[in-house]
Design a binder for this molecule. Sequence first.
Ligand code: SAM
Length: 161
Amino acid sequence: MAWELNNNCIEWIKNNIEKGSSVLEFGSGPGSTPHIGRDYDLYSIEENPDYVNVHSDSTYLYSPLIEDAGYWYDIDLVNQFIEGKSFSCILVDGPAADPSAPCPRCGVYDYLKSGKLKLNTECVWIFDDTDRSWDVDLAKKMSELLGRKLESFSDYSIINV
Ligand SMILES: C[S@@+](CC[C@H](N)C(=O)[O-])C[C@H]1O[C@@H](n2cnc3c(N)ncnc32)[C@H](O)[C@@H]1O
C-alpha cells in the first residue's frame, strides 16, 4: 500500500545499515516493522493502541499524540523509551497524518532544535513520504539542522552519516 515503506527503502537499509544494530522507527506498520525487525534490534514508537505489539520483532512504545505538541508523541515517554540507547538508523514514518496537525511529523525537528528530545543524531535518518510537501520540508529542515546532505529517492529521503 502507498503508506507502507517502499521495498527499495527496506533494501537500502539492509545494504547500508549494520545488521543487528539498533534502529528506531516513528510509526510502525506492515511495511517496515516485520522487515526491519527481522535483521535489526528495532524500537517502534506508535500512537495507535490497535497497532502496538502487533509485530513480534520490535520493542514498542505506545504514546498518545499530544495536542499542545502539534499532535506529536509525548516527549517524556519518548525520552524515557530511548534513554541510554543509541541508534544506527532513525526512520521517520509517523505519526499518521492528522487533519488537525499542520505538520504531523515536525515534532521530531522542533523537539531536537529546542534540546528537549534527548536523541543522538549521529546516525542515518530516513524520512518516508517525501513525495508530500510537508514531509519533504521536514527532511530539508532536518538536513539543515544536522548540517548533512539530503538524498532524495522516489518517495523517501535519506540523510547519511
Ligand atoms: C505511514 S504509516 C507507516 C507505518 C510503517 N512505518 C509502515 O511502513 O508500514 C503510519 C501509521 O499507520 C498506522 N498503521 C500501522 N499499521 C497499520 C495497519 N495495518 N493498517 C492501517 N494503519 C496502520 C500506525 O498508526 C502508523 O503509525
